[in-house]
Ligand binder design. Structure first.
Ligand SMILES: C[C@@H]1O[C@H](OP(=O)(O)OP(=O)(O)OC[C@H]2O[C@@H](n3cnc4c(=O)[nH]c(N)nc43)[C@H](O)[C@@H]2O)[C@@H](O)[C@H](O)[C@@H]1O
Length: 379
């Protein structure tokens, strides 16, 4: 299929330079972390891919927003630092922002910036309707991913709720726009959460090969496994920091954690005595847990990057290495309501682990809590 201008080829996912290419851009509420941002990417990727499947918007590209101002991360990193961008392209035509900026002869001017906001009352007569309304009251609170030479021709304030595909209605208001941006991309919802479409997109989100290689070397060297589905270790995502002090009802105390891990191991994988822990805990907390588990007879492993590795991969890369190591374990235990845990669970679904080894969580010290929801793969 060719687009209206004859410039772009849907199957090749490619447009000739200087063609009628158009760019769909977005950003996410700055305080949101890496793993929620990955979910927002999927909403936009699916929005574009589903439309292109119908032969429409073939000349559109989704612009990958740099990883800017992340919760204790270094700023402005391109997607290729963390993901295999060629693999993303097998699902939908994407382009790094840096490439868009450097392809543009003059400093980039976005035609229209839609600043999305929630309605004050989401339920009209008790019902949640998909809808949008243009208003005259909003402020752009982003920083164009740290690029100080990106400007905007026109800003439009929009109250929005509902499925992301409704954004096409806004885009249709100005069919000549070439660069269209949505701020607060986290507001529109998935069109197809948990469906085959969702998983097709999710599967294309392969990590940067260097990060995967480092994780696999660690698994081989310290966890004694060279196959995809390891039988040699149990993994835990132990989310601390804000979760430890603001979600005490959902997570164990520092002292209660080892006891719980011990019980989970005994109940589910009694032969395994090696544990891998991914965590954002402080050094003191890490040492406490490590000692407690050692006393209970376990061999405990953390991925501790060298200075060179930290410089090369940044905090983000280290988080991904932690996720990869967790996803290959015989049994995984996560933290309630953490998107970091959700992404590991998805990875394990893709690898084909039985879901009983994946959808497990740490409970508060009472030992009682609800099982996590199972979002199993649809192939
Ligand atoms: C309540 C919400 O929780 C959200 O967190 P949640 O979903 O866990 O997950 P994320 O949105 O990814 O944010 C947590 C950040 O903490 C670090 N982190 C957490 N766990 C680990 C780990 O095991 N290993 C490593 N290396 N790093 C870890 C990492 O930088 C990650 O991006 C927050 O992003 C939101 O801002 C908000 O606070």
């Amino acid at each position: 299929a060719k687009d209206d201008n004859g410039f772009c080829d849907a199957s090749a996912k490619h447009c000739k330079p200087g063609s009628g290419e158009k760019f769909l851009m977005y950003d996410v509420n700055p305080p949101e972390g890496f793993n929620l941002r990955r979910d927002v990417y999927m909403r936009f990727a699916i929005m574009l891919a589903e439309t292109q499947k119908m032969g429409k918007k073939i000349n559109w590209r989704l612009v990958l927003p740099p990883w800017h101002r992340l919760y204790h991360w270094k700023s402005g990193l391109p997607w290729n630092k963390f993901f295999d961008v060629n693999s993303l392209k097998t699902y939908v035509p994407v382009i790094e922002l840096q490439e868009v900026v450097s392809n543009s002869i003059t400093p980039l001017k976005i035609d229209r910036l839609y600043v999305l906001q929630n309605y004050e009352n989401a339920f009209e007569d008790g019902v949640f309707h998909d809808k949008w309304t243009i208003t005259d009251d909003c402020k752009y609170d982003g920083l164009f991913w740290g690029y100080n030479n990106i400007t905007v021709k026109e800003t439009v304030c929009v109250n929005f709720q509902g499925k992301i595909s409704k954004l096409w209605e806004l885009i249709a208001l100005h069919p000549k726009d070439k660069y269209v941006m949505f701020s607060h991309g986290e507001i529109p919802l998935h069109t197809s959460y948990g469906t085959k479409t969702y998983w097709d997109c999710r599967k294309s989100m392969k990590f940067n090969t260097g990060l995967v290689k480092t994780a696999k070397n660690f698994i081989l060297q310290f966890l004694n496994c060279k196959i995809e589905k390891c039988t040699t270790y149990l993994s835990v995502h132990w989310r601390r920091r804000d979760f430890a002090y603001s979600r005490g009802k959902d997570v164990p105390s520092l002292q209660g954690t080892a006891k719980q891990i011990d019980q989970i191991a005994k109940d589910n994988v009694p032969d395994i005595k090696t544990i891998f822990i991914a965590t954002d805990a402080s050094e003191t907390e890490v040492r406490t847990l490590e000692n407690d588990l050692k006393e209970l007879g376990y061999k405990v492993n953390f991925f501790i990057p060298s200075k060179k590795e930290l410089e090369m991969y940044k905090d983000g890369g280290i988080a991904i290495i932690d996720q990869v190591i967790c996803s290959h374990a015989a049994f995984f235990v996560g933290t309630h309501d953490s998107t970091f845990t959700f992404r590991i669970q998805e990875e394990r679904e893709i690898l084909g682990f039985p879901s009983s080894t994946t959808f497990n969580r740490l409970c508060p010290d009472t030992g009682k809590c609800e099982k996590p929801s199972k979002w199993t793969i649809v192939n």
